[in-house]
Design a protein. Structure first.
Length: 90
């Protein structure tokens, strides 16, 4: 599920954003949540690989050419730099 509502108790149901770059690969059961306010976005760069069951939380930033292995979890407001590799179940 890409672009679903954020899991945040402060979220009030208003429309928010997820911005996704080009050339990303999203495998099965990936979840990426929109931001929790309009003042900040959830952003995914380009040419990333999101393996099965990986997750990116609200208001997070993933750069370019990063790899999230199976089950890798990125919490809300986290920043993942260009070329980063997150191990499985991390």
């Amino acid at each position: 599920v890409i672009g679903d509502a954020p899991q945040d108790i402060k979220y009030d149901g208003e429309p928010t954003r997820l911005i996704v770059g080009d050339g990303n690969t999203f495998r099965e059961h990936v979840t990426i949540h929109r931001s929790n306010t309009l003042e900040e976005d959830t952003r995914i760069g380009s040419e990333n690989m999101f393996m099965a069951n990986s997750h990116v939380g609200h208001n997070a930033l993933v750069g370019n050419r990063a790899i999230l292995a199976n089950g890798a979890l990125v919490g809300g407001h986290a920043m993942i730099g260009d070329g980063a590799f997150l191990s499985g179940n991390a």
